[in-house]
Design a protein around this ligand. Structure first.
Ligand code: ATP
Ligand code: MG
Length: 251
């Protein structure tokens, strides 16, 4: 086998091969999805956004893989787990990096609106609720913000030189930044780190003027957007959370 495994999950294996990392996918991924992730990553890289530079997509150890620069560093999840009291400082870096990212609107990306709509109608919710959510989507103000779609502590790596590098470009699109902030908030909630989610919201209010209410208004759409990435029992947790939000909105 070529390269050393540096990360392994159910559907992905990341290898290191010299100064390159190769992110490989199992066959539940269509080639078009992998090419799309590579294309998105190349686009953001060409805009000067700090991401691992992409070189090619090729077969590697029997799977399709994206070949990119190997980044020597730790992600914020690892860093914060070692510095329990340092979370606030890292939320600053995390929020500032996001603030710099959303300034870029010169890319040619897909729009998230259609994707959110498809996910609402593909969800396991009853038809009347789907229509309610579709209505909410139509109310959401759309801007040409770059939305990462999976911006979490695990996807921000700090290099040995202290430079933040953003990973994982499979979900990027144009959309409303309050929607992307809501995804990040949902990802913190799923990790039982609502405290960090709240800190992130207050930082984003200072940096981008997006207030908490605007974010929480679309939280349910954020959950619908991410639910199909998970297996049971997380999916079940997410649907419970969706019903909880619906109930609180009725009250
Ligand atoms: N270019 C790279 N350089 C160094 N390490 C990398 C690189 N790409 C990926 N990794 C390692 O692999 C991990 C997973 O990569 P990534 O975040 O891109 O995958 P993922 O899509 O989140 O995977 P999953 O769906 O399993 O969560 C990273 O947290 C990092 O440790
Ligand atoms: Mg990741």
């Amino acid at each position: 086998m070529e390269g050393n495994i540096i990360y392994e999950s159910k559907r992905k294996i990341v290898y290191r091969d010299g100064d390159k990392a190769i992110k490989t996918y199992n066959d539940t991924y269509a080639l078009s999805q992998i090419l799309n992730e590579a294309l998105n990553q190349a686009k953001v890289s060409e805009e000067g956004i700090s991401v691992p530079k992409v070189y090619e997509v090729k077969r590697y150890n029997g799977r399709y893989g994206i070949v990119m620069d190997y980044i020597d560093g730790d992600n914020l999840e690892t860093i914060v787990s070692k510095n329990v009291n340092g979370a606030e400082k890292y939320i600053d870096i995390f929020a500032n990096t996001y603030h710099n990212l959303v300034q870029n609107n010169n890319l040619n990306l897909n729009n998230s609106y259609g994707r959110i709509k498809n996910k609402i109608f593909a969800s396991e919710l009853p038809a009347n609720i789907k229509y309610g959510l579709f209505y909410k989507l139509r109310e959401m103000e759309f801007s040409r913000d770059i939305i990462h779609g999976d911006y979490s502590f695990s996807n921000l790596v700090i290099t040995k030189e202290g430079k933040p590098v953003i990973f994982d470009w499979g979900h990027v699109a144009y959309g409303a930044k309050q929607f992307d902030i809501a995804i990040t908030y949902a990802l913190f909630e799923l990790q039982d780190r609502k405290d960090l989610g709240e800190l992130y919201l207050s930082k984003m209010k200072d940096l981008d003027g997006i207030d908490r209410e605007q974010v929480l208004k679309v939280l349910i759409l954020a959950y619908i957007y991410i639910v199909d990435r998970y297996d049971e029992p997380t999916r079940k947790n997410i649907y419970n959370r969706i019903y909880e939000i619906l109930k609180s909105e009725e009250a």
